[in-house]
Write a protein that binds this ligand. Structure first.
Ligand code: SF4
Length: 320
């Protein structure tokens, strides 16, 4: 077993936002891997940097450090507390302890959401933790092994059949809201055979509440192209003809005004986790923060990149 490294972290790196999520409202994020990307996939479309997939999390933050960081930032008007990571949050070895503490401490109207790649749902320890969340959202991009390896580039210990079995097993037990998301990349997982295989798999899940269909809409880790809105729409029509659950194509909502004041480090850390669109930035940051953003851009710490005809602030230039 690999030795766990307890890393001293700056608490303010753990909590990010609030941001307005297109799907879940006002969301405060908890990043379980705030210093480095730690993921067992290396997806072509990842909004974080491209990095070789790893089997387990090696830099682990103590649960109490996370709780302390959260309670300096939480407010009662939040809709959702989102557990995510610079990578895959279910690799965090203390997830059960963390969600148990969170549920006992946060106001009951704030929902808990985890965003996962679904790869560990067959693990009994992970399932025990996931069952305590209000909403579990998992990504699932390929029903066939070939497309799975091409788009998600998993760690070599991972195979698609085991993931499918794990998600199915979890779906049969979970009482909360279970949402799947497929992200399509042009020429990679948008072929007919993959779309059929995705449909087959989703139809086997007894308790799936919704499927979100998406494509690249923020600068990706690798230079790949989105599919068009019309193609997404056609896939959605096909899914609706086969599956008896809501199929959703999330649309970019106009940014809501937050006028946040962030220092340069907070600003950099936020954009590192989630590229921010040019006009969205004008709504969510105040004047002083926008000046800091301009300065970071002039100093080549932050870059402006075009994706899907929109410009995004990112912390990296896209790998080819
Ligand atoms: S998109 Fe998610 S699952 Fe894929 S590499 Fe990035 S963090 Fe990991």
């Amino acid at each position: 077993m690999k030795k766990e490294y307890i890393r001293p972290v700056i608490p303010k790196n753990i909590i990010f936002g609030p941001i307005f999520s297109r799907r879940f409202g006002k969301s405060l994020g908890i990043d379980l891997s705030p210093q480095n990307k730690q993921c067992n996939f290396d997806c072509l479309y990842c909004e974080l940097e491209g990095k070789r997939a790893m089997e387990s999390m090696q830099e682990v933050i103590a649960v109490n450090t996370i709780i302390e960081a959260l309670f300096s930032r939480i407010s009662a008007d939040l809709d959702v507390l989102t557990i995510t990571a610079n990578g895959e949050p279910t690799l965090y070895p203390h997830l059960y302890e963390l969600i148990t503490k969170l549920k006992s401490l946060i106001p009951p109207q704030i929902k808990t959401l985890i965003l996962s790649n679904g790869s560990t749902f067959g693990d009994a320890k992970v399932q025990k933790a996931l069952k305590l969340f209000d909403i579990v959202k998992f990504s699932f991009d390929a029903g066939n092994e070939k497309e799975f390896l091409r788009i998600d580039r998993p760690h070599k210990q991972i195979n698609l059949d085991a993931i499918k079995a794990g998600i199915l097993d979890f779906s049969m037990q979970f009482q909360g809201e279970l949402i799947a998301e497929v992200l399509f990349v042009k020429g990679i997982n948008d072929g007919k055979s993959n779309i059929l295989a995705l449909c087959d798999f989703f139809s086997s899940l007894p308790n799936l509440n919704r499927i979100d269909l998406n494509t690249i809409d923020r600068p990706p880790a690798y230079a790949k192209e989105p599919i068009s809105y019309n193609e997404l729409e056609s896939i959605s029509i096909f899914f609706k003809s086969k599956l008896n659950i809501p199929i959703n194509i999330p649309k970019r909502k106009p940014a809501q005004s937050l006028h946040q004041n962030l220092d340069s480090t907070e600003l950099y850390e936020l954009i590192k986790r989630r590229p921010i669109e040019l006009f969205e930035a004008r709504e969510i940051f105040n004047e002083d923060t926008l000046k800091r953003l301009d300065l970071l851009t002039k100093n080549h710490k932050i870059f402006l990149q075009k994706t899907n005809n929109l410009f995004f602030y990112t912390t990296r230039e896209v790998n080819s």
